[in-house]
Design a protein around this ligand. Sequence first.
Ligand code: OGA
Ligand code: FE2
Length: 449
Amino acid sequence: MIMEGCSALNPRQASLASRPLAFLFIVLVGSLAVLSAEGHEGLSSNVDSGSSSGLPSLEDGQEDHKRFYKKPDENDHVRKTCKVESGSGGTGGRSDDACPGKPRLVRLAGEQVGHVEELELVPGKTHLLKTINMKPVIFEIPNFFTSEECSHIISLAKEQGLHDSATKSTGNGKGLALRDVNGDQKLSLRELQLTLEDGYDVFLDDDDIRQMYSEIGIDLNSDGFLSRQEVNGKTIGKISTYITKLLEEQPIKKSRFSEQTWIYPDQTEDPLVQSFQDRISKLTQLPQALIDKFSYFQVVHYGKHGHYNAHHDSSFIDESTCCHLTEDKHCRICRFMTIMVYLNDVEEGGETAFPVANNETYNTHVFRQTGMMNLNSRCGDSNLKVHPQQGKAVVWYNHFINNSTGWLGDVDPFTWHGGCPVTKGQKWIMNRWISVSESPDVDLAVALP
Ligand code: OGA
Ligand code: FE2
């Protein structure tokens, strides 16, 4: 899957998120569409783009693992050069009003699991910022919102109306690119699974795919491979029709099974929404201009069986422009931070899982190949699970800071996460992402792009 697939994209981004993966060479002419073999590079990861499928793709993280987690400079991304002025310290080594003229992003360091810091996010009130994990760094803030505030946000979302989180339409299959990742001129079950994840917001396991083959009459020798001879011009259309029907009948097969809406603080006078902005600014210690600029947030509702497969909330860095800065559909999602708030108590299930947190031997291929992204069935295998609790915020950094620029650095590959299935009751969350590009000049410019 891919970045929250696209479902986490705001409406403008969502329309942009259907970009083909850069490494795909899709030959839909003739019978079998063949990818150029680029080995593992050919695997896309999920960006929340949300897409557990669906978003602009992330690259595999194994290299990143080596690059970013080598000790002892693991904390290099936390700013060290500009010292904190008295009183502004805390869980993290702040950055930078102390370095005028050189804006730098701030990552709160977290110190160690169990570290707690008191913050005054709302005048006269104390909030606790608790470090619950270090790799990746994850914080919890109980009662970030009061229960009244949570209910209020839910009401705002309901007033606006929510819609299916999946943004990929199954349509006629025109966008479906068969992915022969290893270039052997045939598609394995795994390659077909990747094909489907890229094309649709769906996660099918091997048995699901075999069932599909048998129902639509392909792979007649049942060897689990689609060869050139077994695929003809009608195959894509048949797959597409099958998936459309399957998702109607079994929405649980979706990578992201929820509904959502976007709220734009600059289009509302709502006092809570304004206070939320202030809290974020105090919490993150990021420049106000950054907080104010891309201030929209997402409210998501999961019903029974609602879930969201593992994904990254942001894209790995490449040469494309960040989606929040362009109308170009060849864009990538650039979300430095995620601040996610549970708006209700979930009766059962609905944890936020970080499947590879602290996994020293994590390997993206193994992770993907073994179906670990499928939190709908593999939540129990996750290394870290955060339990929903009304008003609690969960906060993490999707990216490191680039030491030379002081601005957006690479994705932290350990931030794979998703929502476990809600087994009883329902679940409401809000997502607020801090969008940041590699250019402080662009991000901090006063006018919106
Ligand atoms: C998301 C997400 C996790 C959850 O919406 O991007 O990761 O617990 N949600 O719902
Ligand atoms: Fe997410």
